[in-house]
Design a protein around this ligand. Structure first.
Ligand SMILES: [Zn+2]
Length: 200
């Protein structure tokens, strides 16, 4: 499976993140997604699912790489992305762990509009298959693979096309991949709730 490894180049400033980042609300949303199996581990041990929130300007706090299968995360399992460059496929972060391999996709959503402050990425075969049958639902092209600059640019286009501060879409070429976003974490998780109701 094409999942779980970092395809962008990055620099990591290795140090503890300040507790003032208020990561607990991110962790509590993540916990409920983990319980539902929307963030977790495949049988081969590869983790899936990640969550982030904008801190200020282009900075966002995101779950670390390969944390999908871990039940409870601590602050040191999160990475603060300080800057990212979609075209150069480059990320600069701070923390004790590398940023999620899907950080670029999160960055693409934040870059689309300043009003978006939270992004959730889950995997679910059941929801994904149902969502693909909905012809009206926005999706990235099947030929675009996860973690590539093409994916980042396709995601930015989709968020612009949706033209709302909250919503969701599927990544047809990234199996089981679903993204939701919103003005804040509560609204982003409400999108997941909507998807679960509509497509199960
Ligand atoms: Zn994914």
């Amino acid at each position: 499976m094409d999942e779980g490894y970092i395809k962008f180049s990055f620099d990591l400033i290795e140090k503890e993140l300040p507790k003032s980042l208020d990561w607990e609300n991110l962790e509590s949303v993540r916990k409920s997604l983990f319980k539902k199996g929307l963030i977790g581990n495949y049988p081969d041990g590869i983790g899936f699912g990640n969550i982030s929130k904008r801190v200020r300007n282009s900075e966002f706090l995101i779950t670390g790489s390969a944390t999908g299968g871990i039940k409870d995360l601590s602050l040191s399992d999160y990475c603060l992305v300080n800057e990212y460059d979609l075209a150069q496929n480059y990320v600069k972060g701070t923390g004790k762990i590398s940023p999620s391999s899907e950080s670029m996709s999160h960055g693409a959503i934040y870059s689309a509009t300043k009003a978006i402050h939270a992004v959730i990425h889950i995997h679910s075969k059941k929801l994904f298959d149902q969502m693909l049958t909905d012809q009206k639902l926005p999706r990235t092209h099947k030929g675009i693979r996860y973690g590539t600059p093409e994916m980042a640019s396709a995601i930015a286009d989709i968020v612009n096309l949706i033209n709302k501060n909250s919503g969701y879409f599927v990544t047809a070429g990234h199996d089981e991949g679903i993204f939701a976003f919103g003005e804040n974490l509560e609204i982003a998780s409400l999108q997941i709730h909507k998807i679960s109701k509509k497509y199960s």
